[in-house]
Design a binder for this molecule. Structure first.
Ligand code: FAD
Length: 387
């Protein structure tokens, strides 16, 4: 029960998804007294709806730096995760359907190799040997062996437990209705105060911070019954890179994941302008058809559940991590779109470094919200860099 007298902390984190939980724990480990406030249940937002693919991406140097750093932090964290977190270094195979996509795999291979990320080009025969349920006559692929999969809501819970063990507080079932000027007001009229407030409310971040450049991007997923060995790596079509980047049209892509349980998670779809969480049967059918185009035998598997979730998308496909313009107490950790599981740990690290004045391992500037603040000189410059 929260009392009505204002309570003081060093940092208040609004939103108990994987990003908020990771940020809260990183702050607590930096010896800040933290309150993590979650409206519903921990990990019940996009974190519970997401796929849990931890993947190094290379759309931009900024995206590469954040995903690679975070992937390394996941490798370290994995040793202490509970079994239920289902962490597994499956690797990703980027599947090339034709010669154009094979050329893209080759470009990606060179990019990763140059930056010290292990990856290996696969011939058509090697691809078929690694994943016999893929259809015949694919061109080949690229195996990125350090990519992994995880069950994200279990990790959010684990991080929150660690947070509590350090003496910080987790307040569940309380919505933040106001978050600014060093104060968080909750829907039960209680007031929390801290010199640092963090909006980590994912796709709902605009509820408390108006004007953020965030749009909801709906996604569907389906999970099958248990078929151990049917899929062995996270498999993603290289065409995904085109469809995931379209900022106007609805899209589906072949993206399947083996779970430790033997289940197969089938994705994925992307839609703007649809804030209704109901399953859209046309999108779902298109997604499953795409999957069966690459893996015909997937049609014979039993799908036991389908669901949707909302990614928090920004215009430049990079998250908002850093101080919010116009309020010296407010910080943002949101806008992670389809990479928030991957990048949660590096996000938390950047935030904790900023709060403690420690040098961060990767340059934080390109994730700063000020890049969209047209009123500031800095915002204009950063916006051009990211264009
Ligand atoms: C279909 C799909 C597939 C995905 N696949 C992947 C993947 O394979 N790999 C990957 O890296 N990422 C993936 N993502 C993206 C990833 O799930 C998100 O980027 C990530 O979960 C964002 O975490 P978050 O903590 O910022 O947001 P959320 O998990 O949405 O957490 C925000 C929390 O804030 C709470 N909240 C909201 N409003 C308030 C309020 N007023 N007061 C208090 N609390 C509030 C919510 O209840 C929620 O728990 C996928 C997303 C979707 C939808």
């Amino acid at each position: 029960m929260i009392s009505c007298a204002p309570r003081d902390y060093d940092a208040i984190i609004a939103g108990g998804g994987i990003v908020g939980a990771a940020c809260a724990l990183a702050c607590a480990r930096a010896e800040l007294r933290v309150a993590l406030v979650e409206r519903d249940v921990l990990g019940g937002g996009a974190t519970g709806a997401g796929m849990g693919h931890i993947v190094v991406m290379d759309d931009s140097e900024a995206q590469f730096a954040l995903t690679r750093r975070s992937q390394q932090l996941w490798q370290t964290l994995s040793a202490s995760l509970p079994v239920g977190a289902e962490f597994e270094t499956t690797g990703t195979i980027w599947v090339a359907a034709d010669e154009d996509e094979l050329a893209e795999a080759d470009r990606k291979h060179a990019y990763l190799e140059h930056r010290g990320v292990p990856s290996q080009m696969l011939s058509a025969a090697e691809l078929a040997a690694l994943e016999p349920n893929l259809r015949a006559r694919l061109a080949g692929g690229l195996l990125v062996s350090e990519d992994a999969v995880v069950y994200p809501p279990m990790v959010a819970l684990h991080l929150a437990r660690e947070l509590k063990s350090l003496g910080s507080e987790v307040l569940m079932g309380h919505a933040v209705i106001h978050l600014s000027d060093g104060e968080a007001r909750l829907d039960d009229h209680s007031i929390l105060r801290a010199p640092r407030l963090v909006n980590a409310m994912g796709a709902d971040a605009t509820d408390c911070t108006a004007g953020l450049p965030i749009k909801k991007r709906k996604g569907h997923l389906a999970i099958t019954d248990r078929y151990p060995g049917f899929v062995r790596h996270q498999l993603v079509e290289l065409g995904y890179l085109k469809s995931a980047h379209s900022s106007t049209t609805d899209s589906v892509a072949f993206n399947v994941q083996p779970r430790k349980t033997g289940q197969i998670l089938i994705g994925s779809s992307r839609q703007y302008g649809n804030d209704n969480s109901a399953v859209n049967h046309a999108m779902l059918s298109a997604m499953l058809e795409r999957a069966s185009l690459y893996m015909p035998a997937i049609n014979s598997l039993n799908v036991i559940r389908v669901w949707t979730g909302f990614r928090a998308a920004t215009p430049d496909k990079l998250p908002l991590i850093g101080p919010a313009p116009g309020d010296s107490s407010l910080w943002l950790a949101t806008g992670h779109e389809g990479l928030g599981i991957t990048t949660a740990l590096a996000t938390a690290e950047l935030l904790a470094c900023a709060f403690t004045g420690t040098a961060p391992p990767i340059a934080p500037e390109r994730y700063r919200p000020a890049r969209f603040d047209n009123s500031s000189q800095q915002g204009t410059i950063l916006h051009q860099e990211n264009a």
